[in-house]
Ligand binder design. Structure first.
Ligand code: PLP
Length: 455
């Protein structure tokens, strides 16, 4: 059959509150044109993030009832640990309440102001946690990954030559570790090939550097490897996942993505000295080492989620449904990042709105318009998010994108057809969109709480 169906049926539903365009114009004005400041029940289709928004399965809800809330040594922790180790067998596992908590602990322990951390592309919280230590976060994705219109099967790949050059110039003594983000969220949800993971490992071995994977979307990355990388088409996803992590010395993870859970994360590694320090830091900031800021029931939900996320029927549907939205949006003429990423469709706002220069945030203007016209909440990933440098200067980001992130197992194809229709209507009227400015901004992660207005 050509039609790929949702490999589940719906057992419990949540109503969507309908709103009018007039109401939405008022809500977004009241939110100072920052979509993070909206009340989510004023949103029709919430594509702000795929993080923590997954629908949980009946099995996960059942497992929640098994949650054991003992402060130390809960069986829920051991079930969680077994599920993680089944996929990524690192020696030390440190639960945390979400990905950025794992990042914060890691970089507090391993980084200082003389350090630089290379990555294909740092996610915004990863960059902020590196920079919070005074260290430098350096993005070394391949050239193709910087151009939305360029087709490449693995646009998230690390530029291996640039990595070698960077290590030689900066000096290994100033680099505590190398990171690789799978899939590359800020670069368009684009995958990293197994060959590239292996090559990155070889470079790290040559210079004695540990390799950490930012593992948030490891299962989606593995599915792309199976689909696109010669030699992997007949391999089971679970084996691809295990091979990916066999090249790493540790990982940070947000279980809010490919953990299919609403909260949670972890830090894992093989280095005992770092693990001891990280655990001490965990106890100071998150909680005891067998719960790390999570409840036992959260650990149970993650343990089941990790089994479900490597199910191949689920991954086939997941990646096909993202591709469906991308293809139909693209067919209406809207410039998008190609090929489709795993968890999101990225509209190229810079190309769609050439009359709005990057420092007037074309992505923000487009995201606001999608909300006004159709109640769709997307997320600017561009100059508003990344343009402010630590020295206080502002520069255009590599790209100005609007990310429509698709929550896992939540929306149906009819919801997505509505999204396609709204995007195409906004595209028809694109010349009427105007540039924006910040009227208030915090010094870091300004896109979360900053206030905007039209110029
Ligand atoms: C690639 C990547 N790394 C890290 C994080 C941070 O995870 P969390 O939101 O759980 O703190 C995210 C979240 O979106 C992400 O996409």
């Amino acid at each position: 059959m050509k039609t790929i169906i949702e490999p589940f049926r719906i057992k419990s539903v949540e109503p969507i509150r309908m709103t009018t365009r007039e109401e939405r114009e008022q809500y977004i004005r009241d939110a100072y044109y920052n979509l993070f400041s909206l009340h989510s029940d004023d949103v029709l289709i919430d594509l702000l993030t795929d993080s923590g928004t997954s629908s949980m399965s009946a099995r996960q809800w059942g497992a929640i009832m098994e949650g054991d809330e003992s402060y130390a040594g809960s069986p829920s922790f051991y079930r969680f640990r077994a599920a993680v180790n089944n996929l990524m067998p690192f020696k030390y596992l440190i639960p945390a309440h979400q990905g950025r908590a794992a990042e914060s602990i890691l970089f507090t322990v391993v980084a200082n102001a003389s350090h630089s951390i290379p990555n294909n592309t740092h996610f915004d919280t990863t960059r902020a946690n590196v920079e919070a230590q005074g260290a430098e976060a350096v993005d070394l994705v391949i050239e193709e990954g910087k151009h939305p219109e360029t087709e490449h099967p693995f646009k998230g790949n690390m530029d291996i030559e640039a990595l070698v050059r960077f290590i030689r110039e900066r000096g290994v003594e100033n680099i505590p570790l190398c990171m690789l983000t799978v899939t590359n969220n800020s670069g368009g949800g684009q995958p990293v090939s197994m060959e590239n993971i292996r090559q990155t490992r070889e470079v790290c071995d040559r210079y004695g550097l540990p390799l950490f994977i930012d593992a948030c979307r490891f299962a989606e990355n593995a599915w792309f490897i199976k689909l696109r990388e010669p030699g992997y088409e007949d391999k089971a996803v679970i084996d691809i996942v295990r091979e990916m992590f066999s090249y790493a010395d540790g990982c940070t993870m947000s279980a809010k993505k490919d953990g299919l859970a609403n909260i949670g994360g972890w830090l894992a590694m093989n280095n005992e000295d770092w693990a001891v320090e990280c655990r001490n830091r965990l106890i100071l900031t998150e909680g005891f080492s067998t719960y790390g800021g999570l409840s036992g029931r959260d650990l149970e939900a993650i343990a089941v989620g990790l089994e479900e996320v490597v199910d191949e029927d689920y991954l086939r549907y997941r990646i096909a449904s993202t591709e469906y939205v991308a293809r139909h949006i693209s067919e209406t003429g809207v410039p998008i990042m190609k090929p489709a990423g795993g968890h999101a469709v990225y509209i190229d706002a810079r190309r769609m709105l050439p009359h709005i220069p990057p420092l007037q945030y074309p992505g923000q203007s487009l995201a606001v318009e999608l909300y006004k016209v159709g109640g769709i909440r997307g997320c600017e990933i561009g100059t508003a998010m990344f343009g402010l440098r630590p020295n206080g200067k502002e520069e255009p980001a590599h790209m100005d994108l609007v990310r429509l992130a698709i929550p896992r197992r939540m929306y149906t194809q009819a919801h997505m057809d509505f999204v396609i229709e709204v995007v195409s209507e906004v595209y028809e009227n694109r010349d009427s969109l105007r540039g924006m400015k910040f009227i208030r901004q915090p010094p870091a992660l300004r896109h979360f709480t900053g206030r905007f207005d039209y110029l």
